[in-house]
Design a protein around this ligand. Sequence first.
Ligand code: GDP
Ligand code: MG
Length: 309
Amino acid sequence: MTEQSSTRGATSDGTRAGFVAIVGAPNVGKSTLLNQMVGTKVSIVSPKVQTTRARVLGICIEGRSQIVFIDTPGIFTPRRRLDRAMVAAAWGGAGDADDILLLIDATRGIDDNSRAIIDRLTATERKAIVAINKVDLVKKPNLLDLTNDLNRCGVASEIFMISAQTGEGVPDLLAFLGENMIEGPWLFPEDQISDMPQRLLAAEITREKLYLKLHQELPYATTIETENWEQRDDGSVKIDQIIYVERPSQKAIVLGKGGRQIKALGEAARRELEEMLDVRVHLFLFVKVREKWGDDPDRYRDWGLDFNA
Ligand code: GDP
Ligand code: MG
């Protein structure tokens, strides 16, 4: 990001651009908001916490501004090595950004996770544009206390009320972010919505389906890799993916009785891939057992994470 920033300042005809890091406790709706703003599915959304592993860019054009969003993994108290790497990536993203958009869950208020983020922002003397999310779930008068609390801790340069799900309040937030960008040429080509390679995105889609179907039975230590991507003459795409699990018992769960589970999973993922790519997709899923992938440095590199964080 630093490289791109250094090319700024060149003359432009009223265009603006910049990076906005979306930070917030797990499950506040960061990915949902990003998808709402960018208008295309770029980051997976899941009811289970902590599914965003890598930094994802979503790019939004608002008037003459290009807003580049960084969707960070939820910032939380790290325990395992993988968690530490994710938290380091999250703060790295925030540090590089021009603006920080802090999401607070209206139903949870300032919980311990949010408090930790606010404290860290305050310690580094950074202000955040705060968006209170999920306002569709609470009565408006109840938001007054939360707004007062946020004003009191002095971290907010601005406070917005939004519902990432319904889109309420999102246009106002976007308009503000757009005006707040730095004058200069755009940072990415106009048609680019995400810098996430298609293969990785395709793996994310399958991972989302897996979580939605099996979140009770599977640990986070499940990973999916797109092994092969083949453009066919008839315009369709053949995609091979491997679902890595840690134990044979997990493999059995993913496969399901008579392979029924993986078949349903593949169907759901294929449909979404076809929608995204706008071509016919042949998706082949394989399940393999790979122990302790969470301690494998190569995996971290693949995900753009720092093994030694
Ligand atoms: P992240 O961990 O911060 O990226 O959170 P997600 O975007 O994955 O959202 C977590 C959960 O909250 C999902 O079940 C979303 O559907 C839900 N959610 C997100 N935004 C809203 C909202 O504005 N209203 C409601 N009712 N649910 C939301
Ligand atoms: Mg997320």
